[in-house]
Design a protein around this ligand. Structure first.
Ligand SMILES: NC(=O)c1ccc[n+]([C@@H]2O[C@H](COP(=O)([O-])OP(=O)(O)OC[C@H]3O[C@@H](n4cnc5c(N)ncnc54)[C@H](OP(=O)(O)O)[C@@H]3O)[C@@H](O)[C@H]2O)c1
Length: 276
């Protein structure tokens, strides 16, 4: 099946480039999904307090025979806890039955509330206390990133953003890269491949490489240097989505994929998403 690729983060920690997303999976579903994923070879799981499935993630990890240190666990701080990140992470750890997570992310900047710099300062302390090995953000635009860096001098390891062929975020990805921030793609399949899997180009590349449209899209994220966390609770898809390390897209394939970018968001724009 080929070898999983590992990304070195700016803080020197290492993270698998392909992981399993679990948004919208129930506690029950997530247990089975993680067992399948670990069997197939995944070693990274992306959850969040807001997904209400950290208990299920914890149960699956506890049941697994794979040592804790071989699995990279990400969880996230929800918007109403920006002034209370330490307690929020402790609650997540209790639900996950873990002593530490590998990555703790601020899920949204929530500009109206304007507490994300305070949240970032607490995440720095949580890393120093060993409750998370790495810290980062999600859905931060350049101005939000500039503000946290200017005020603390600490660069987020990761910026997890909506990124898929219809919304390629080249400017933000490039800004992240210039500042040694790794870009992680959420909704990488454009949530089930809508408008992507049936595009003539992706269908054509699937035939050319003898792969499925989902595999072409996941490979595209890997080739472009993003960390990618496709979500599935379907065993055959969990397996399919990991079977992407035995082929490469060619230069002309990547150039053609670039043409699919129409700047189409599925999720909210972080500049005006203020839900608590
Ligand atoms: N930081 C943030 O604000 C944020 C926001 C959104 C998402 N995320 C993270 O990113 C992860 C991925 O994003 P997402 O869940 O929104 O969307 P996604 O991964 O792009 O798509 C998930 C959907 O695609 C289906 N699917 C998966 N593999 C498939 C395949 N091979 N063929 C056909 N359909 C397939 C899944 O169905 P089944 O499960 O039924 O198989 C599910 O409906 C989330 O789970 C979450 O961890 C983060």
């Amino acid at each position: 099946m080929g070898q999983q690729t590992i990304i070195k983060l700016v803080d020197e920690n290492q993270m698998p480039q392909l992981g399993l997303g679990v948004w919208k999976a129930s506690n029950e579903q997530v247990v089975g999904a993680i067992h399948t994923a670990l069997e197939v070879g995944y070693r990274s799981i992306d959850t969040a307090a807001m997904y209400n499935n950290e208990e299920g993630v914890g149960k699956a990890l506890k049941e697994s025979a794979i040592p804790r240190e071989e699995i990279f666990v990400t969880t996230k701080l929800w918007n109403d806890r920006h002034l209370d990140a330490s307690a929020a992470l402790q609650e997540s750890l209790a639900r996950l039955q873990l002593d530490y997570v590998d990555l703790y992310l601020i899920q949204w900047p929530v500009p109206e509330q304007n507490h994300y710099v305070d949240a970032w300062k607490q995440l720095i302390e949580l890393k120093e206390a060993g409750l998370t090995r790495s810290i980062g953000v999600c859905n931060f635009h350049i101005e939000h990133l500039q503000k946290v860096i200017q005020e603390t001098g600490v660069v987020p390891t990761i910026n997890q953003i909506e990124l898929h062929p219809l919304m390629q975020q080249r400017q933000l990805h490039s800004w992240n890269a210039t500042h040694h921030i790794t870009t992680e793609s959420w909704s990488p399949l454009s949530r089930g491949g809508k408008g992507v899997f049936n595009s003539p180009l992706v269908e054509q590349l699937a035939i050319k490489h003898g792969k499925t449209p989902a595999q072409i899209v996941i490979r595209w994220h890997l080739e472009c240097g993003m960390i990618v966390i496709p979500k599935s609770v379907t065993p055959s898809r969990i397996k399919e989505n990991f079977d992407v390390f035995d082929f490469r897209l060619e230069k002309e394939d990547l150039a053609a994929m670039a043409e699919l970018d129409i700047g189409k968001r599925i999720g909210p724009n972080p500049d005006n998403y203020n839900q608590l």
